[in-house]
Design a protein around this ligand. Sequence first.
Ligand SMILES: C[S@@+](CC[C@H](N)C(=O)[O-])C[C@H]1O[C@@H](n2cnc3c(N)ncnc32)[C@H](O)[C@@H]1O
Length: 198
Amino acid sequence: MDAQHWDEMYRGSDRVFSGSPNPVLIAEATDLPPGQALDVGCGEGADALWLARRGWRVTAVDISVIALQRAAAAATDVGDRVTWARTDLTTASLPADAFDLVSIHYFPLRRRPGHTALYRLLNAVAPGGTLLFSTHARADLPAREGFDPADYYQPDDIARLLDPTWNVLINGTRPRAAPAPAGTHHTHDTVLRAVRRP
Ligand SMILES: C[S@@+](CC[C@H](N)C(=O)[O-])C[C@H]1O[C@@H](n2cnc3c(N)ncnc32)[C@H](O)[C@@H]1O
C-alpha cells in the first residue's frame, strides 16, 4: 500500500470518506485543551479540520497528494491553523516531544521488528500529551490474499510496548458509532488512549 495505491483509491471517487470527524476522536478529544496536534494519515482532512475549529494547531500528514489537496480545499475557515504535509510516515522522522495530541485513526501501520515507525510516533507526543489510536477490530478484518490483519498494530500491541512513562486510560473495543464504510462489515473499533507522564 504505497503512495500510488492510496492516490488511486482517492482518485476512484470524488469523496472517499464521510467528511465527518471520527466519532472516537470526538469522544476522546473533546475534553482536551487545544494545543499542537499531529493527525497521522489525515486522509481528506475531517479530523484535522474538527481539531482546528476547536482551536488546535494541527500538522496533518498523509502519503496521498490527492487526499491532501482535497483536505486543503475544504480548509477555508481555519486560517493557518492546519499545515498539510505529504509524508511517508513509515520512513519520515518526526519532531520529538512536540505534540499535545497524536491522533491516529484507521492508519495502516505495519508491525516491524524494532517498531521504529511506531516509536517515532510515540516519541512525537509531548510530555503530558495524549496518544489516541483507533482502528478496526481485528475480528472485523478477515485475512485475504495479500492482507493479514496480524501484520498491523492493534491498540493492545501498542499498549504492551509503552514504557512506565505512559499512563493507559483506555485500551478496549467499542461498537462503531458511525456506519461501516461502504463495502465493509465493520462493527467495532479498538481504541487506545494513553497519556505521556509530564
Ligand atoms: C483508511 S485511511 C484513514 C484516513 C483518516 N484517518 C480517516 O480516519 O478518515 C488511511 C490513510 O493513511 C494514509 N497512509 C497510508 N500509508 C501511509 C504512510 N505510509 N504515510 C502517510 N500516510 C499514509 C492513506 O493515504 C490514507 O489517507
